[in-house]
Design a binder for this molecule. Sequence first.
Ligand code: KIV
Ligand code: ZN
Length: 557
Amino acid sequence: MLKNPATKYQPFPLIDLPSRQWPTRHLTQAPLWCSVDLRDGNQALAVPMNVGQKLEMFDALVKCGFKEIEVGFPSASNTEFSFNRRLIEEKRIPDDVTIQCLVQAREDLIEKTVESLLGARKVVIHMYNSTSPAQRKYVFGKTKQEIMQMAVKGAQMIKDRLHRLEATGTQVTLQYSPESFSATEVEFAKEISEAVMDVWQPTPERKMILNLPDTVEVAMPNVYADQIEWICTHIKNRDSLIISLHTHNDRGTGTAATELGLLAGADRVEGTLFGNGERTGNLDIVQVAMNLYMHGISPGLDFSDMSGLIHMYERTTGMTVAPRHPYSGELVFTAFSGSHQDAIKKGLTGYEEHKTMWDVPYLTIDPNDIGREYREVIRVNSQSGKGGVAYLLESEFGIELPKDMQREFGPIANDLVDQLGREVTATELKAMFWKEYIQVEQPYALHHFHADGVDGVFTCRSSLVINDRERGVVGTGNGPIAAFVSALINDAGAPSFEVVTYREQSLSSGSEASALAYIQIKTATGSVVWGAGVDTNIELASIKAVVSAVNRAGQTN
Ligand code: KIV
Ligand code: ZN
């Protein structure tokens, strides 16, 4: 890189618009949407979609609610041409959906485009030519005047052919794009657009679309907003135009540019699913739609089955959605870090209890709204704390660890996960819990337990395996647990301890209902240790929990 980039690159000129209004406006409704996946998205693929893949994507776009879909560049390839024909001849286009086709301002291409659209119900013919100084100079070697003549001639050629479509009942809307608009002087963009308008003669009843592309993102989004507001406030017959935005993402601000462009007065947005498109991609329409949604504005597009949409997209385009891609990425609702997990867990519980407005920390929207499950939200690795571990055990298996026990098991699980050096599943966490609490049988293992009570005094007769040798033990107390504790200490010779906390819960997994008991004991040396036991019988589960706690106390002392 250069030490002084100013020797090679220059700042972008600002737009003179002291009366700009967009900074104080806010968005209150969704724009018109047009998907350009099948054209701009497709033309950016190393292997463009075949007809079958395009059909699959078209159906998916319709299902999402797109009413305008740019289906291709039919004069550019046979695949695109036959795709149009199949859509039309097989009557695959719903009545309320308009298909749009891109074409350059050239007679042969316009002719072919019109042919590809014959018999369609509603179409947009989208003509473009490039207008920026660099394009004029290097690509076309033409003056502004000559570039304007190209646009006017193209507009006239389209106008001359409209009757062919309209004669058979096709409703045609015309669209013009001064390509590379954002790199074009606004005055010239206005002049050339008005020249096209002079040919097409749009009216408030029959508007034309003026699409203003950020073909290559060359400046900050506020500059694009200024350009859009400048056009909206300076162009003639604004009420005969649908002002459309078409941003790319070269500086990484395609979404911001679109949102500010809408504040600046645009009516319509072109973009693609997940931002597929030339170079860094087109605007990701899902993002703008979901940004509206998270502020309570219905986008008019439905992404309830985000995973299904991603699968369709990956299958048809061969592209992937990055794990951190806003709204759609696999990890965007996931928290690994303990403090985030804790906050999410509390926020979700609060939301469930009060069902007021969504305000769960770290989650911009409810993942359920786009078909994502809460089980994806909290995932456990070495960064996670007790909250995440407890959440997974509870949400996946219904294991409700007492708070204090979470503080004991959390670090134990955390160390094990750290040793593994990877993310762990809920099943693995359950196995860790089982190994730590349920399967500890040294030095004591319970073989048999029986307790009887007379006048509030219980006697237990048990059989224990102590250091691999079986023997009977007897004890008394004011309940079965107390009797067993006495048998352990006074008959089996266990070091003295007292039961501090007891909790039980029922667990139903599959057809077998069982009980899970948690016991916390305090040893003579003052250590506090938890144990857990599981059994179909709650009394036995609690006795096993005592054995578990005593064994663990022995191991940890
Ligand atoms: O990015 C662009 O300028 C385009 C035009 C053809 C609209 O895709
Ligand atoms: Zn584009």
